[in-house]
Design a protein around this ligand. Sequence first.
Ligand SMILES: Cc1cc2nc3c(=O)[nH]c(=O)nc-3n(C[C@H](O)[C@H](O)[C@H](O)COP(=O)(O)O)c2cc1C
Ligand code: SF4
Length: 610
Amino acid sequence: MEPCEYPHIEDQLAPVLGRHGGDPTRLLQILRDVQDCFHFIPPEAIDCIASHLNLSRAEVEGVAGFYSFLSLIPQGEYRLLFSDNITDNMLGKPELMQYFCNKLWVEPGKVSEDNLVSVDSTSCTGMCDQGPAALVNGWPLTNLDNNRLDLIAELIRIRKPVAEWPEMLFEVRDNIRRPGMLLGDLFVPGAGLRAMLARGAEATLREVDAANLRGRGGAGFKTASKWSFCHAAIAEEEGSMICDVGGNPERFIVCNADEGEPGTFKDRVLLSSHADMVFEGMTVGARVIGARKGFLYLRGEYRYLLKPLEAVLARRRADGLLGENILDETGFAFDIEIHLGAGAYICGEESALIESLEGKRGRPRNRPPFPVTKGYLGRPTVVDNVETFACAARIAEKGGAWFAAMGTAQSTGTKILSISGDCARPGIYEYPFGVTVEEVLRDCGAEDAHAVQVSGPSGTLVSWQEFGRRIAFEDLPTAGAFMVFHRKREMFAAAHNFTHFFAHESCGFCTPCRVGTQLQKRIMDKIAGGHGTPADLEELKHVGHILGTMSHCGLGHTAANPVLVTLKKFPGTFERKLKALSFEPAFDLDGALQTARNITGRDDEWAHLI
Ligand SMILES: Cc1cc2nc3c(=O)[nH]c(=O)nc-3n(C[C@H](O)[C@H](O)[C@H](O)COP(=O)(O)O)c2cc1C
Ligand code: SF4
């Protein structure tokens, strides 16, 4: 038997395993801690964890291999991941990353020879308003330029622990440029809960209904209906219920703070400066459906928010806004636990998120059953977006009519936009629904814009002819991303970047998406390399059709949007890259004949295809 490389691994793992207990739902959290400890997940640790949690080795390895922030092979002591969103690229990310690699003698995607540093790209880190951004051992680095990278390289060379690096490197600003009823008004913690207790839980649900609140995570489902379905699912089960320690049937409230859609960072700001409002909305929802337990699923990229969020939770417990007998209401008990993700966009999809919360790979479930009937641990679960819960807190406080007076008939209230790209004032803007793209562009100082990617790669591209369109569920629905492109930009580059994003983030569970996203990426690479032909455009449309109609979940359904919409609205950006030929194979035919030429000893003009 090979000698164990980490002979004392059990001793080293003991505090981690002790902290999390023997609950398999803690697997992802345990793996995160192990990654921090060893800079990868050593094989010996997998065995230890498996026996501690009573899982098979394959189950633990399967989870460790799924999340991009976990690694089964050693990474550098300092792991730098550059944000690869198109807006970071527009700000010079590729050149900066190369500059940094040259400085430290490391190749992108590899570990330096002394195991000191590894450098790679990662999907959007949610700091597009202060990019180029990166993560070092999970901590955010913003506004990168050559000077900052020189400093970072020096800190790494002298092996300064990341915790001792200058604070200015880690500053993440809110950049709130246009506050509204969520970001502008003073919210007194407890105001929503007191109003709800005075009015009653059922009456509060009616207020949420009257407000016509629709989910802010993208799909725009009516929040009151979701909460009612969950309530109904519990009522239907009466009699055959799994009960918690208090004798209540179990059900859960989950706040989706995965915010992985490239170009979106408004939940980051809500959580860093308005966490009370979000937690209060979760507590209102808990009272309505009768949940005693809630989770905040926080994307790994926002791990720096974990401590401050834990502090807000502790304060709320001390103030009687969480815990047993909330605000002295006998039997009103609710608490919130934070789970960290580990770099997987698919975990924003609610059923994948629930799998991840259970400590598994983030693989989307078959639906139905929907989470409201069978969610976390098979129990009725409400999953809502961060902004949705913030809205619910305000509605509980001020009433449905107050909320419904803002926005449009089908899209009430406000929408927070995360604005980045070619504009003078990137950041966070809150508008009543119904604002036009043109008005937004004017406010953020975008001159000569010719396109906006609304709602990220899975959303749509709006061309300059459509700038009169409105941000609203009835026209341009959005989860919040608003990426601006100047007329000098080739829109092909954005579509190309998004195809890489989807190929990287496909969870691989279903064939149309696993293969389709790779094919799409390769064809776009071929076109970008100057080898594209009209036949490739037809192939892109064909692959796009398969992705859109045959994939298992929303990721696959929308993965072809950037290519198909850009092809339709900006055909010139593709045509300019095409060869005049009607077809060129994706592989080098002439090169493939080299072996035959070597064998025959022929290398004359007739032994070549070209
Ligand atoms: C691939 C994919 C990624 C998603 N990512 C997020 C996300 O990061 N945050 C979010 O709130 N919803 C996300 N959603 C939508 C969720 O599945 C779900 O609809 C949402 O959390 C419901 O909350 P809401 O009703 O408040 O919008 C995603 C959906 C898909 C298909
Ligand atoms: S569509 Fe893509 S992300 Fe969704 S289940 Fe299939 S492979 Fe996974």
